[in-house]
Design a protein around this ligand. Sequence first.
Ligand code: IPD
Ligand code: CA
Ligand code: CA
Length: 262
Amino acid sequence: MQAFLNTAVQAARRAGDTAAGYLNRAERLEIHTKARNEFVTQVDHAAEEIIIDTIRERYPDHAFLAEESGRQGEADNLWIIDPLDGTTNFVHGFPVFAVSIALQVRGQLEVAVVYDPMRQELFTAARGQGAQLDGRRIRVSNLHSLEGALIGTGFPYRANATYMDRYLGMLQAVLESTAGIRRPGAAALDLAYVAAGRLDGFWEFGLSTWDMAAGALLIREAGGMISELDDAGDFLETGNVIGGNPKVHDGLKQLFSTPPAL
Ligand code: IPD
Ligand code: CA
Ligand code: CA
């Protein structure tokens, strides 16, 4: 798997550094609206092309699932790519965004890279070999309960706005039980932060496979847990996800399954 990981790292660095070069150059950004509150720029497309070209050059038979170009090919090896996670931040010049690349082999996540080009931080994992930040081993936090926890999330703001009422109840419950909530705006990076122990837990509704695939392996390899919010199948498919260190993961799940006090 090391060769796959090296290729993913090279692709992520190339794409991320290219994207970072466009930040705060609004005059050079072509911003299109895919749907309400859903932007895409030529940088998303360019970054995706860089990633796919870099991987395909070495592995011409592999398949791809990438946010902007969709599914390409059928093969045991499937690369799952978010070329620019945090596009809303990016178009505002808000410097929190990342590249996310994962490799699934016969349905099993094997390799993960999340790269933050602004901080030049590289989160990597290979199944069974742990997770690293810039080559140093990372672990989830060791907090034992929600008390004192810092929790990441993403707000419902487009298709997932159907969850708004339920989400607002959850927000209140988490605010009342923890040290605080952060919404940085790039889900792949949020999950990497859980793996690194910078966040103790995370939840969001309506994510896409490419937002979560790399972050999920990072969390598991860092000793954490990630699962479907309602135990309603595979979170990579439903998009409703909870992650965290094992205690905080379970604590959030329990909190969300308790009906709010009247
Ligand atoms: C988005 C970000 C954001 C999350 C959204 C995602 P994009 O990805 O990860 O944090 O709340 O649901 O779609 O569109 O910027 O790649
Ligand atoms: Ca994304
Ligand atoms: Ca994206």
